[in-house]
Design a protein. Structure first.
Length: 409
């Protein structure tokens, strides 16, 4: 029960972002929660260390290195101008972010696109005069929604694809989830247009291009990006062909960072300046969630609820709501064995992926990519999204998203 109380306090701190006169960042609130469960003996130091997913931490480290190099070299600003130089309105800009971000998330994983995309949309906002909050929300909704339709779009989908007895996962996910996902990307556009109608009516200034800050680092960054894309494509191809080669996402991220780490004279500067705060957030989150999970409270609630856990509506609702409390990856880790024990079919597995992933559109804590986006925006410019700013659009949007998936599944 103490772990649950600490979790509730962390949620309040993240919502209000203050502790007395002290302004808290998201990672600081989560770190306080992790320290609290350790100090109160709710989890042992050994179990706390074991709870930290090293694969996730290394994946994020590798992608942070690539993202930092892309931003520091000026390659992102140059690329954004090349891609968006012909955009003439806020409507087209937001649609572009939603569609491009969504499709890239299905290929590169949502956390990767969140890492790379945040400095890009911040640069666009700064140059075009569009409110950064609008573009940050568009990016958050894009990477969450788009990642639904791919088995490598996010960690929980990968877990289901590997352990959920899903045959031909790429084709299965695409066949069942591609169309409703595209519908939900359009719903995200409508929700943003309704909430920020003044921004859409304002004059739009196309972002002006600028020269590369560091041509050599830009070349290495481009090489890292190409290597990342090639390795992801190789992973997809080997999976489709059934080849006995394991392209772990962690290895892909670390390999993509190698050109920068090995060949750049600015390697130490780049590593020093990556978003260590977000890495602290993830480590602290793993510890706090493990403590709450070990308490057995959520397992007991699910056992006593007497719900039909393979029903489409129940799956979508339970996974979306519980993902707000314990994060979607731990939720899937619990729910998946239950479905396997009940003999659930492929459609039920895919439904779990849809519900746990689209939960990221509801609140900041619904998806790790949301935290990455907000932490990076705060680090770079002091711009942020509050808990209430997110949920006032996220709650109705997520309800609509869940209805769409329910209708299609």
């Amino acid at each position: 029960m103490i772990s649950l109380i600490i979790l509730a306090v962390v949620f309040v701190l993240i919502a209000v972002r203050r502790l007395g006169d002290i302004r808290l960042q998201i990672w600081q609130a989560m770190l306080l929660g992790a320290v609290a469960v350790l100090v109160t003996g709710q989890i042992s130091p050994q179990d706390a260390l074991r709870s930290i997913d090293l694969d996730v931490m290394l994946f994020l480290f590798g992608m942070f290195v690539v993202g930092q190099a892309l931003a520091e070299s000026g390659y992102l600003a140059w690329l954004s101008h090349r891609l968006l130089g012909s955009v003439k309105s806020v409507d087209v800009l937001v649609l572009f972010i939603l569609v491009a971000g969504g499709l890239l998330s299905a290929l590169l994983m949502n956390d990767t696109v969140a890492i790379i995309g945040t400095p890009m949309v911040m640069a666009i906002a700064r140059k075009s005069g569009v409110r950064a909050k609008l573009l940050l929300l568009a990016l958050a909704f894009a990477v969450t929604t788009g990642s639904v339709m791919s088995p490598i779009g996010n960690p929980q989908n990968l877990l289901i694809a590997i352990n959920g007895r899903v045959s031909n996962p790429f084709l299965t996910f695409f066949r069942l989830l591609a169309l409703p996902t595209l519908v939900n990307l359009f719903l995200a556009y409508l929700a943003l247009r309704l909430a920020y109608w003044r921004e859409f009516a304002a004059a739009f200034v196309p972002p002006v291009g600028e020269p590369l800050k560091d041509p050599r680092l830009a070349a290495l960054s481009r090489a890292s990006l190409i290597l990342l894309l090639c390795l992801v494509v190789a992973k997809i191809v080997t999976s489709l062909l059934g080849a006995p080669v394991d392209f772990k996402l962690t290895y892909i991220a670390l390999a993509a960072a190698l050109p920068i780490v090995l060949c750049s004279s600015r390697r130490l500067e780049i590593i020093r300046d990556i978003d260590w705060c977000t890495l602290v957030f993830f480590a602290a989150m793993f510890v706090l969630m493990a403590s709450v999970w070990n308490s057995g409270i959520f397992q007991a609630v699910m056992d006593s609820a007497h719900l039909n856990l393979v029903s489409t509506g129940v799956e979508l609702g339970v996974s979306a709501l519980l993902s707000q409390l314990i994060s979607n990856v731990p939720l899937v880790a619990l729910y998946l064995p239950v479905l396997l024990q009940m003999g659930a079919a492929t459609r039920e597995m895919v439904t779990l992926a849809a519900g746990s992933t689209i939960a990221g559109n509801l609140s900041i804590l619904g998806a790790a990519s949301n935290v990455i986006i907000i932490q990076n925006a705060e680090k770079q410019s002091g711009e942020t999204l509050t808990f209430l700013e997110f949920v006032r659009i996220g709650i109705p949007l997520t309800v609509a998203n869940l209805i769409v998936y329910w209708l299609f599944l």
